[in-house]
Write a protein that binds this ligand. Structure first.
Ligand SMILES: C[S@@+](CC[C@H](N)C(=O)[O-])C[C@H]1O[C@@H](n2cnc3c(N)ncnc32)[C@H](O)[C@@H]1O
Length: 315
């Protein structure tokens, strides 16, 4: 709904609400899920093809090399529910042996529609039932398929973008969606030397920088903001306490930005924290899984030990 001054109402619009709250905080921050509008989702796919971004190559190599172990783990009768499906490229590697339905969940509506269409045309007998939602909201997955247990798939290290409370919330929600016989496959990035990690989030071609800055463009377009993109720059920083790579947008001067009828002041070098990507060890991921009601039954890694894919069963 528009205010009298033509601005978006932050009470009714979730994006506006998060942006106003995040920029009003002492340490400015924006939830990373808003990075994925149509352009952001396309830029993310481009990031996955950058030399520095080893994560997708490593995870895909596990999915290829351990395909039959993974198929045994999910069982041919399982229904697949994918959290944060994105382009669903990796999904095709686990879908081969599965039956109806495939339920991709993502907050990025246009991208979700495109992915669902592509997968439906590649797997003509598969019933594809997309759900456009924030997977941290509480909701049901109503579709019954050809019977059998449900499997959750959460690749792409998206788990690492969630703080501990959000991660536990999602693991508990996955437990409700997947049931007592449910199984889940979750991909997370592993701790390694900090230079390698930082390069993955600050590629030399500047694609990650464009992905991060696109969030300001999105605010300008959707919330009538007046961010001047040339007055901000992308930075990737290591947070040793959180074991996370953080993406920030750094203000290059003292400046003032207006959106949703409100004004926000930025000092030179002040940042907006736009994403954390937490890095795990096998042990720290196991602890997290346990805290959300899951047990690690299988653990697979790529040949270089960069990335971990974990097969979980319910406690
Ligand atoms: C890092 S990308 C991973 C995409 C893909 N799964 C892969 O492995 O390449 C994260 C995806 O999760 C989606 N996403 C992030 N936060 C979300 C949320 N809270 N609810 C639903 N989808 C979310 C984004 O829109 C994006 O498509």
């Amino acid at each position: 709904m528009l205010h009298a001054n033509n601005s978006i109402d932050p009470v009714e619009n979730a994006f506006a609400r998060d942006v106003v709250a995040g920029l009003s905080a002492d340490v400015k921050t924006l939830p990373s899920r808003w990075l994925y509008d149509e352009r952001g989702s396309a830029l993310f796919e481009e990031i996955t093809r950058q030399d520095e971004y080893y994560l997708t190559r490593a995870e895909t190599s596990i999915l290829r090399e351990r395909q039959s172990d993974i198929a045994d783990f999910v069982e041919s009768r399982a229904i697949l529910i994918e959290y944060g499906a994105g382009a669903g490229v990796k999904t095709e590697l686990v879908l081969a042996g599965l039956r109806d339905p495939y339920v991709p969940i993502d907050i990025a509506d246009a991208f979700l529609a495109e992915t669902s269409k592509r997968i439906a045309s590649r797997f003509p007998s598969l019933w594809v039932r997309p759900i456009e939602r924030n997977f941290l909201d509480v909701f049901e997955v109503p579709f019954d398929g050809s019977g059998g247990c449900r499997t959750g798939f959460f690749p792409g290290s998206t788990m690492g973008n969630l703080n501990t409370i959000e991660a536990k919330t999602l693991l508990a929600q996955m437990g409700r969606h997947l049931g007592d016989d449910g199984r889940a496959i979750i991909g997370v990035d592993l701790q390694k030397n900090v230079d390698t990690l930082l390069r993955a989030y600050d590629d030399s071609a500047g694609v990650t920088a464009a992905f991060n800055l696109n969030l300001l463009e999105r605010i300008n377009t959707e919330l009538g903001g007046d961010f001047r993109l040339e007055q901000f720059e992308h930075a990737a920083r290591w947070n040793e306490i959180e074991k996370a790579v953080e993406m920030h947008l750094v203000s290059l001067c003292d400046q003032r930005v207006t959106l949703c009828g409100r004004t926000f002041n930025f000092r030179t070098s002040e940042t907006i924290h736009t994403e954390s990507s937490r890095k795990y060890t096998a042990e720290s991921f196991e602890r997290l899984a346990r805290s959300g009601g899951w047990r690690v039954a299988e653990a697979w890694q790529d040949a270089d030990g960069l990335f971990g894919l974990f097969g979980l069963t319910r406690y």
